[in-house]
Ligand binder design. Structure first.
Ligand code: NAD
Length: 601
C-alpha cells in the first residue's frame, strides 16, 4: 500500500472549497456524502444556486432556504429529486436532435450535478449514447461552436515551467481520478484539438454514474499541445491553442512536467490516459505505468472488452479456447492492446510457440503482418508471423495479403475491427468466415457509428443469422426471420469504471495488465445464458452498476495478490467497494458557522 490519505496535507482545504462534510476529516474514497452527513456551506444566496455541486434547485427544503439565504430566490413549491429527475428527463427527451440533447445534458451538469447524475442513472441506456459515443464525437467536432461553460483544466505549452501552479488553481488537492487527453485521436475522428475535452468530461461522467466515484474527486484535463487539423486552425471560433502540435522532445518534456505536477498536487490520483495517438499512447503508458497509478483505456480497457468477448464467445459457441483463432484488422493502440491480452489468455490456456503465434493474425493498412515485411514499429513486429508460417498457412508472403485472403487462409472464429475504416468487413470477407465457422464472433469496434467496419444488420444477413456481433457504438437489435437479435455493445464502460474504482478502493500503487484480465473474466462471467440466447456477448448497460461492483472487487483482490494494494480480506471487499459507490442523492446542507465563513472570505 503506497498511498495514504495523510500524504495529502489539508486535502480539500485549499483555496475556494466552499463545503466540507460536517464530520470533517478525510475519509478516503469511501464513506463520503452519506445521506446522514451534513455539509457546511459558507456560500449564500445566488452563489449557492450558481454552484452545480451544491445546487438543489427547487428541491431545497424550507429549512435550507432560510439558512442559506435562498428565500424568495426560488418558486415556493418544494420538489423531490425524483420529480425533478422526471421533469429534467422530459426536457431532454423532447429534443429530437442528438447534439441538442447533449447540450441539454451538459447544461444540466453545469446547473445541478446531483440531478444530472440521477437522470443519467435512471435512463442509462438512453443517455449513454449522448454523453458518450456516438454523440460525444459530434460534440467534440463542434466544441468551439457549442461551448457554454468551462469544465476541467486546459494545460498548454505556454504553461511550461509552471504546470504545477496551473493544477493548483483547481482549488483542491483531493482529486482521486484524472482523465487526460492530448486530443490527437478522438474516437476514430482523429485530431480534434481543443474539442477533445468532451472525451475526458464524458468518461468521468461515466465513472461517476457507473462506479459512483463522486464528481468532486474527478478532474478532466486537456493537454492542449496544439492541433494539426487545419480546418480548426482556420476556424475563427476555435478555442484551442492555435499552433501546430508540439512534437518530439518538447512534447515529451511537457508530458513529463505534467506527470510530475500531478504527483505533487494530486498525490492520491489515478491517471487515465485517453485518446492519444498510437505511438504516444503505447509509449506514455510504458513510461509512466510504474511511476504512478495510471492506465490507458484505449489500450487496456479495450483489451479487456476484446478478451471478455472471446471468453463469452467460448461459452456461446461451446468451442474451447484451443479451437479459437482471431484475426485483428487494425494494429493501433486498440488492436495491439486487445491482441496482447488475448494472446495472454491463449497462453494461459496452454498455447505456446508457433501455436500461440498462429492464434492471432493481425493486419494494418499495409495488409497481413509478417516478418517478410518491413515493419519499423516494434509493437507490430510483436505479432508478425515468421514467413515459413505464412507459407504453411497457404499464403504467399510476396503478395499483398488483404483481409479476404487472410480470412480464407486462417479460418478465424473471431474477427475484430479496430481500423476506423467503415465497410471493410465486406460481404465477401464475412461469407468466407461464415463458410467454415458455425457461430462467427464478429466485433466491428470502431467508433463512432460512422466508422464501424460493418453494419450489424448486414453481418447478420450475410451469416444467415449465425453471427454473434458486438460493436463499439450502440446499434438497434436486428430482426432475422422473426427473431430479434440483440447487438451487444463492447463498450469500455463495462470495464474502466470497475478497474478505476478497484484501484482507488485498494489504494493500489500501480495498475497492472492482470487487473484488466480479471476484469475481462468477471465481465464474461456476468454475461447470462439469456444474453447468449438473445445472440449477444455483452450484458445490458442497465446492469452497469452491478457489473462495476463485481469488476472492482476482482481488481481489489488482484491488487492484493500482487502486493500493490491494501490487504483486505475477501469477505470485506464487497462492502468496501459498495461503500465507495456514491448514489446521486442530495446531501443535507447547513450554514457554516460565522467564524468559518469569515476565515474563508
Ligand atoms: P489507431 O489510430 O491507433 O489505429 C488504427 C489502426 O488501423 C492503425 O494501425 C492503422 O494502420 C489501421 N488501419 C487503418 N486503415 C486500415 C485498413 N484499411 N486495414 C487495416 N488496418 C487499417 O486507433 P485506435 O486507438 O487503435 O482505435 C481504432 C478504432 O477503435 C477507433 O475507431 C476507436 O474509436 C475504436 N475503439 C473502440 C473501442 C471500443 O469500442 N471498445 C475502444 C477503443 C477504440
Amino acid at each position: 500500500m503506497s498511498r495514504s490519505n495523510s500524504e495529502v496535507d489539508n486535502a480539500g482545504d485549499v483555496a475556494s472549497v466552499e463545503s466540507r462534510p460536517a464530520d470533517a476529516g478525510n475519509q478516503g474514497v469511501s464513506g463520503y456524502m452519506k445521506d446522514d452527513v451534513a455539509e457546511f456551506v459558507s456560500l449564500r444566496g445566488q452563489a449557492v444556486l450558481n454552484n452545480p455541486r451544491l445546487n438543489k434547485g427547487t428541491a431545497f427544503p424550507d429549512s435550507e432556504r432560510r439558512a442559506l439565504g435562498l428565500e424568495g430566490l426560488l418558486p415556493p413549491g418544494v420538489a423531490a429529486l425524483d420529480m425533478q429527475a422526471q421533469r429534467a428527463y422530459q426536457h431532454i427527451a423532447a429534443k429530437t436532435d442528438p447534439l441538442e440533447r447533449y447540450i441539454g445534458l451538459v447544461a444540466l451538469q453545469d446547473r445541478n450535478e446531483t440531478l444530472f447524475y440521477r437522470v443519467l442513472l435512471d435512463h442509462l441506456e438512453e443517455c449513454l449514447p449522448i454523453i458518450y459515443t456516438p454523440t460525444v464525437g459530434l460534440a467534440c467536432q463542434r466544441y468551439s461552436h457549442i461551448y457554454r461553460r468551462a469544465r476541467g483544466v486546459w494545460i498548454c505549452p505556454e504553461h511550461r515551467g509552471r504546470i504545477e501552479k496551473v493544477l493548483a488553481n483547481v482549488g483542491t488537492r483531493d482529486i482521486r481520478l484524472i482523465v487526460a487527453t492530448d486530443n490527437e485521436r478522438i474516437l476514430g475522428l482523429g485530431d480534434l484539438g481543443a474539442g477533445g475535452m468532451g472525451i475526458p468530461i464524458g468518461k468521468l461522467a461515466l465513472y461517476s454514474t457507473g462506479a459512483g466515484i463522486h464528481p468532486k474527486y474527478t478532474l478532466p484535463i486537456s493537454l492542449d499541445v496544439g492541433t494539426d487539423n487545419q480546418e480548426l486552425l482556420d476556424d475563427e471560433l476555435y478555442l484551442g491553442w492555435r499552433h501546430a502540435r508540439l512534437r518530439g522532445k518538447p512534447y515529451d518534456d511537457f508530458i513529463e512536467e505534467f506527470v510530475q505536477a500531478v504527483k505533487r498536487i494530486f498525490p492520491l490520483a489515478l491517471l487515465q490516459w485517453e485518446d492519444f495517438k498510437q505511438q504516444n499512447a503505447l509509449r506514455l503508458l510504458e513510461r509512466y505505468r510504474k511511476r504512478l497509478p495510471s492506465f490507458n483505456d484505449d489500450i487496456q480497457g479495450t483489451a479487456a472488452i476484446g478478451a471478455a468477448a472471446l471468453l463469452a464467445g467460448v461459452r456461446a459457441t461451446g468451442k474451447p479456447l484451443s479451437q479459437q483463432r482471431m484475426v485483428m484488422l487494425g494494429a493501433g493502440a486498440a488492436g495491439i492492446g486487445i491482441s496482447r491480452l488475448i494472446r495472454d489468455t491463449f497462453r494461459r490456456s496452454g498455447a505456446e510457440g508457433n501455436e500461440l503465434i498462429g492464434k492471432i493474425g493481425m493486419l494494418d493498412s499495409g495488409g497481413f503482418l509478417h516478418q517478410g515485411r518491413k515493419l519499423s514499429d516494434e509493437t507490430k513486429a510483436e505479432f508478425a508471423w515468421p514467413v515459413e508460417m505464412v507459407k504453411a498457412a497457404g499464403m504467399d508472403p510476396n503478395q499483398p495479403l488483404d483481409l479476404l485472403a487472410v480470412v480464407r487462409a486462417l479460418k478465424p472464429t473471431v474477427l475484430v475491427g479496430t481500423s476506423g475504416q467503415p465497410g471493410v468487413f465486406t460481404e465477401a470477407v464475412i461469407r468466407a468466415m461464415a463458410s467454415h465457422v458455425e457461430r462467427p464472433v464478429i466485433l466491428p469496434l470502431s467508433n463512432p457509428t460512422s466508422k464501424c467496419e460493418a453494419k450489424p444488420a448486414d453481418l447478420i444477413a450475410w451469416t444467415a443469422g449465425r453471427a454473434m456481433v458486438a460493436t463499439g457504438s450502440p446499434f438497434d437489435p436486428v430482426e432475422w426471420q422473426g427473431r430479434m437479435i440483440r447487438i451487444g455493445q463492447g463498450n469500455n464502460v463495462l470495464i474502466f469504471p470497475g478497474v478505476g474504482l478497484g484501484v482507488l478502493v485498494s489504494e493500489a500503487s500501480r495498475v497492472s495488465d492482470a487487473m484488466f484480465r480479471v476484469a475481462a473474466e468477471t465481465l464474461a462471467q456476468h454475461v447470462s445464458d439469456a444474453d447468449i440466447a438473445a445472440g449477444t456477448l455483452f450484458p445490458r448497460l442497465r446492469e452497469l452498476r452491478a457489473i462495476t461492483h463485481k469488476v472492482a472487487c476482482a481488481v481489489v483482490r488482484q491488487a492484493r495478490e500482487e502486493g500493490v494494494g491494501r490487504p483486505l480480506d475477501d469477505g470485506d471487499i464487497p462492502s468496501a467497494v459498495g461503500a465507495a459507490m456514491w448514489t446521486p442523492n442530495y446531501a443535507r446542507l447547513e450554514a457554516a458557522p460565522e467564524s468559518a465563513t469569515a476565515e474563508r472570505s
